[in-house]
Design a protein around this ligand. Structure first.
Ligand code: GDD
Length: 423
């Protein structure tokens, strides 16, 4: 039997994703109409002999309760949320629940980061892992040499695929092959994590009784039960015939910023055409809007037949899209109203916002721009949020143009703005 674990982190992680995570935990932010974590979860369904899926994080249980119970019913596989009392790191979090995870006596454990977007070739990884016969197999992708340093860089044996060298986010270039944050392990991984933790305890004890501290300043501040999968496990085990790599040629992206959520929403929409074509709007018939490219429209959303939607558009529950509206490359969240003839391009329109008639909301469309107060000129998406309690607030009044800006909750824009962050 096999179990799958998805690391979802907690409220102190994922800060670059703000303000999209102000209302909702980042793993539940919708991409292609489904919560971010839904994509790895539904990929797990393809794993043969899968017994359980666990989400491990330090968000409050209630934040995941509804999603976890509905997805368990839908997939007919038990999905459970396990809450850590504090962050234990990506490997420590797994170790923390080892007894529970071992209840099904799994022969293999999948471990997935929730903030990666890919085709999750899990059955293929498992097959390769069995062939290699090691303790763990890492999903690997080739990226451009310029971006590699944002990830764990690694070197593998071209013949055997053994992991020979691993460095987490190195300052000088090592390799354009990177760690995708998707792994399969045998239960021996728990011994490896325990080893790191024991070693730390021994060092701490030694420091207490000697002046050893001066010799071992590294990691002094890390608690003994805080273990990182990359630095503490992968780096020391590389080259020891225990870890292997499986390279994917499909798409792979990391979802750290709001701009990347829009790009990944598009990648998942494109994937639907082969995996879940029923989720894509077809635009057939005279009573439906004109659809171009991949578009998701929630069944409760109301889209006027004269609106033109797509490509890469995802429209969430109870949104209303007026006559003549034009939407390109955007995520429209729950209860949004886009009025007649408004145009929304490269934008994320937050919960309960309203965009006035003939107004235009547009970002430049550079997905890699990091949103931030300090780089105002490069800001990419428009984020328009109204507080969840606001009933009739208007985010953008009629005939207003909003370019490359971020608009936070409870704002009404009655003049046009460009390159602004409105708090
Ligand atoms: N439950 C829990 N507890 N989850 C955690 C914790 C923790 O204490 N710390 C991190 N995570 C989760 C995050 O939510 C994320 O899904 C995953 O573990 C990895 O997060 P980080 O350790 O912050 O690493 P990263 O995302 O910057 O980079 C990792 O992933 C990249 C691929 O996306 C590294 O493994 C890189 O090498 C890799 O390229």
């Amino acid at each position: 039997r096999v179990v799958a674990v998805i690391m979802v982190g907690g409220p102190t992680k994922g800060t670059r994703f703000r303000p999209l995570s102000l209302n909702i935990p980042k793993p539940l932010f919708p991409l292609a109409g489904q919560p971010m974590v839904h994509h790895p979860i539904s990929a797990c369904k393809k794993i043969p002999n899968l017994a359980q899926i666990y989400l491990i994080g330090f968000y409050e249980e209630r934040e995941f309760a509804i999603y976890v119970s509905s997805i368990s019913n839908e997939l007919r596989i038990p999905v459970r949320y396990l809450k850590e009392d504090k962050p234990h790191g990506s490997a420590g979090g797994l170790y923390n629940f080892r007894d529970l995870l071992m209840e099904d006596s799994p022969s293999h454990i999948f471990l997935l980061n929730c903030d990666v977007c890919c085709s999750f070739p899990l059955p293929e990884m498992l097959e390769a892992h069995r062939r290699y016969g090691g303790m763990g197999t890492i999903l690997v992708s080739k990226v451009s040499a310029e971006t590699a340093s944002e990830f764990g860089e690694l070197v593998a044996d071209p013949e055997t695929n053994e992991l020979l060298h691993y460095t987490e986010k190195p300052e000088t270039f090592v390799s354009d092959r990177i760690n995708c944050g998707v792994y399969v392990f045998t239960p021996d991984i728990f011994n490896a994590i325990q080893g790191v933790s024991t070693q730390r305890k021994d060092r701490a004890n030694l420091r207490r009784v000697s002046s050893f501290e001066a010799l071992q300043p590294v990691n002094r501040s890390l608690p003994t039960d805080f273990v990182r999968l990359d630095q503490d496990i992968l780096t020391p085990l590389a080259g020891k015939k225990q870890l292997y790599t499986y390279e994917t040629m499909d798409f792979w992206e990391q979802i750290k910023t709001p701009g990347m959520s829009l790009k990944c929403s598009g990648l998942y929409l494109a994937q639907y055409s082969s995996t879940s074509p029923h989720l894509l709007a077809s635009g057939d018939g005279s009573k439906t809007a004109t659809i171009s490219g991949d578009v998701y429209i929630h069944p409760s959303a109301k889209v006027h037949p004269t609106a033109k939607i797509g490509p890469n558009v995802s429209i969430s529950a109870n949104a209303r899209i007026g006559a003549g509206a034009r939407l390109i490359s955007c995520i429209i969240l729950d209860d949004v109203e886009i009025k007649e003839n408004a145009v929304v391009i490269h934008a994320i329109v937050g919960w309960k916002s309203s965009i006035g008639r003939w107004s235009r909301v547009q970002g430049v469309g550079d997905y890699n721009t990091k949103l931030g107060i300090t780089i105002l000129g490069n800001v990419f998406v428009i984020l328009i949020f109204l507080s969840v309690t606001a009933r009739e607030s208007v985010a953008v009044e009629d005939e207003v143009v909003v370019i490359n800006s971020i608009v936070l909750p409870n704002k009404t824009l009655n003049v046009s703005v460009q390159e602004e962050i409105l708090l």
